[in-house]
Design a protein. Structure first.
Length: 231
């Protein structure tokens, strides 16, 4: 359970009654984002309140009328999902900044400049977001906000999501130490061993990851890897 000091109030008006729970702000963020969590593990107190500041519990009959059950876990999940979360200024700032960084990372992994076919550095994406005055919602999922951010960035920078196919050629002795990384970056579409002991594969991955991919393979093979983007 979360401590009272860290917990925030989630509140919901339903069926003519007011309900509150004290919940971990990060858990509330997950619930708002559609993830399944056990609210009982993240409540400061396993009770449903009508006024948490005064410690006044909601009457069971009112809870039953509004939610059809008095199960604290089910009711708490509904209050968190459908209600409002009261964050302190510091909590909102911290959660918003974490979500902003996650959005930037997602765009940097998947997007390129269609004019140069090169990825956009995260710092460039962040600057464009600031210039576009993008507002980040600390509770909405990253995937849901990425599309809105891209729409805001397009008038400022050339950008689009794209996948690339990269052909890779490795020495046989480098295969074992590289194949895990190769598969972690994308989808292995084709592979074969040549008569001379060399391994060849074609990997499909988000365009924004190609620089990190090549850097990783060069590090593992001490620069002996051969790679090229397929048109």
């Amino acid at each position: 359970m979360v401590s009272l000091e860290k917990a925030v109030v989630a509140h919901l008006d339903k069926g003519g009654f007011h309900f509150e729970v004290l919940v971990d702000p990060e858990a509330a963020q997950k619930v708002k984002g559609g993830k399944e969590v056990d609210p009982l593990e993240d409540l400061a107190v396993d009770q449903i309140f009508k006024d948490s500041a005064k410690g006044d519990r909601a009457a069971d009959e009112n809870i039953k009328k509004a939610f059809g059950t008095t199960d604290v876990g089910q009711v708490a999940a509904a209050i968190i999902k459908d209600g409002e979360i009261q964050l302190t200024t510091a909590q909102r700032k911290e959660m918003t900044e974490k979500k902003r960084k996650a959005i930037v990372a997602e765009i940097a992994r998947n997007a390129i400049n269609p004019q140069t076919k090169a990825p956009h550095p995260p710092a460039r994406i962040e600057l464009a977001m600031e210039e576009a005055k993008v507002k980040v919602d600390p509770f909405k999922p990253v995937e849901e906000q990425v599309k809105l951010v891209l729409d805001a960035l397009r008038p400022l920078i050339p950008i689009r999501f794209e996948k690339v196919n990269i052909a890779v050629r490795l020495k046989g002795e480098d295969y074992a130490k590289c194949i895990g990384d190769i598969k972690s970056f994308g989808s292995l579409k084709k592979e074969e061993w040549q008569a001379n002991g060399m391994w060849i594969g074609v990997v499909e991955m988000p365009a924004g990851m190609q620089a990190d991919f090549l850097e990783k393979l060069n590090e593992k093979t001490r620069g002996s890897v051969e790679a090229r983007i397929l048109k």
